[in-house]
Design a protein around this ligand. Structure first.
Ligand code: ADP
Ligand code: MG
Length: 513
């Protein structure tokens, strides 16, 4: 009883499950393996792009899903249905009701009108028995794709873009949950391609699942999942996720150089202070990022999981590792490593990746610096500083001016600043005195927040300039109340600074008197 009920109950697993799919073509030249043990799952409602070099096996994969061709080994389930086990008759009946297929070259039947092309799958599958009903449904589908006015023309009388829109309408004829398209925009200009893509977006919004092979980077970047095929295998999706800023060609090229590695729980992957030679992407498990404290303690500053990368900071800056990264205590970690030379090639080839890495490096440095000041938990800190941008000040530029009003304080993330007192009232008017130089991890601007909002000294970038983050009063107060360490450090520093300002201002005042 229970068994029957559960068998009839709604199926809520993945819509597509492919396991160890192998396709070997027998050619006069010998056996050729086009798919080499491919595994993938696609969830209901996903809009997935399938990308890969020409000849990588995309069409072979798609043809196995649609049943146009048969696997040599492996399993394909769509919903609960084992596609690999259906015979031709079962396959044809199942496909007609459950699958919409769109091809690169439209494949409309040239002797049927557009509306007849859309009606044909309904006739073959007997879902809509009445001819009137079929015609009305076909016309409303042609309306959806905006070619209803041409309904009674032959395919040859309309443009390629219109033929492809009809092909999308035809794919929807029996209202299938899944649409599979092999380079549906490959033969269209970019404006027409955009219209087809928009139609797909609407169908996904209505709850359909779409798998689309495409060469178009711009379109591929707009779907919610990218499946990359290289040499008949699926490229690990977390590598794809981590490198989303790359173009298809760059992504496919670089994945050849990644080397998989595994680390036991607690094992160190990179060590602070060592030379950095590799870049890493996590494909499974979690890592802890730790920074050494002046007292010798390690502080947890971040926790990264699959799809995240690390190791880029030292490689970009050509410096030593700024943190220690260790496999988390709760399990093994799988990563892929890219050597320094290939990493440099990658970022010199990809401006978008370079920019993204720059932003990530900034955010991570900021988190490490503020963390070192306040010793807050990672998530608490992230909630507090959010995604605040870093400001870069070139050497000599003023960050805040003595006497001006201010309601923020600053943390130095990189570079150096000097704190300067203008002695306008002194005997040597306009003279100035450098009170202090501050380095990364130190803060300034807090005196105005503690006092009457007036800046008591000028701060400007020195050396090679400074990268700072400006934090408002609310963050300041939150830090004071939630971090004892920050409050104590602030009190110490502020007292020392006030004392120095008073000492250097004093002679000027007495000289005046
Ligand atoms: P893609 O769609 O990614 O360009 P395909 O799936 O069409 O690639 O082809 C993958 C590989 O399999 C190619 O090397 C291709 O030459 C080969 N191949 C495809 N179909 C056949 C076939 N029917 N017989 C022999 N080899 C084939
Ligand atoms: Mg192909």
């Amino acid at each position: 009883m229970t068994r029957i009920d559960s068998a009839k109950g709604a199926y809520d697993g993945p819509l597509i499950t492919v396991r160890n799919l192998v396709k070997v073509y027998l050619t006069p030249a010998g056996a050729f393996t086009a798919l080499n043990g491919l595994d993938v799952q696609v969830e209901r409602g996903e809009f997935a792009a399938v990308i890969g070099k020409s000849g990588s096996g995309k069409s072979t994969f798609i043809n196995m899903l649609t049943g146009i061709d048969r696997p040599t080994a492996g399993e394909i389930f769509i919903g609960r249905r084992p596609i690999h086990a259906l015979n031709e008759t079962e396959m044809a009946a199942w496909r007609g009701r459950n699958l919409g297929i769109v091809f690169q070259f439209f494949q409309l039947i040239p002797t049927l009108t557009l509306v007849e092309n859309v009606m044909l799958p309904m006739e073959l599958n007997g879902l809509y028995v009445n001819r009137r009903e079929r015609r009305n449904r076909a016309l409303s589908l042609l309306e959806m794709v905006e070619v209803a006015e041409q309904a009674d023309k032959l395919p040859s009388a309309v443009s390629g873009g219109q033929q492809q829109r009809v092909a999308v309408a035809r794919a929807m004829a029996n209202d299938p949950p899944l649409i599979i398209a092999d380079e549906p925009t490959g033969n269209l200009d970019s404006r027409t391609a955009e219209r087809i893509f928009n139609l797909f977006e609407e169908l996904v919004a209505q709850g359909k699942t779409i798998l689309m092979v495409t060469h178009d980077d711009e379109l591929a970047s707009r779907v919610n999942r990218t499946i990359v095929i290289a040499d008949g295998e699926i490229v690990n999706e977390y590598i794809v996720q981590a490198l989303a800023a790359l173009s298809q060609d760059q992504l496919i090229e670089v994945t050849r150089y990644f080397e998989p590695r595994t680390f036991a729980r607690g094992e160190t992957i990179v060590r602070q202070g060592e030379h950095g030679a590799e870049f890493f992407i996590i494909t499974d498990g979690k890592v802890d990022v730790l920074v050494e404290q002046p007292g010798g303690n390690e502080m947890l500053v971040d926790r990264l999981s699959r799809g995240h990368y690390f190791g880029e900071m030292a490689l970009i800056a050509g410096s030593l590792r700024t943190a220690t990264v260790r496999a988390a205590a709760d399990g093994e970690v799988s990563i892929v490593a890219l050597d320094g030379v290939n990493f440099q090639n990658l970022i010199s080839d990809s401006r978008s990746l370079r920019e993204e890495l720059g932003r990530i490096v900034d955010r991570r440095l900021l988190a490490y610096r503020v963390q070192a000041l306040a010793e807050l938990k990672v998530d608490q800190l992230q909630a507090l500083i959010g995604r605040r941008p870093l400001d870069y000040y070139p050497p000599g530029s003023t960050i805040l001016r003595q006497g001006s009003l201010g309601d923020s304080f600053f943390v130095i993330v990189e570079g150096e600043v000097e704190v300067v007192l203008d002695q306008v009232a002194g005997p040597v008017g306009g003279d100035e005195k450098v009170l202090e130089r501050l380095a990364p991890g130190q803060f300034f601007g807090e005196l105005a927040l503690l006092g009457d909002s007036r800046r008591s000294a000028t701060v400007r970038a020195s050396g090679v300039g400074a990268k700072v983050v400006e934090l408002d009063r609310a963050v300041f107060e939150e830090l004071i109340t939630s971090s004892e360490q920050f409050r104590m450090r602030l009190e110490d520093d502020a007292a020392g600074r006030q004392e120095r300002i008073a000492r250097h201002s004093a002679p000027a005042v007495s000289g005046d008197a």
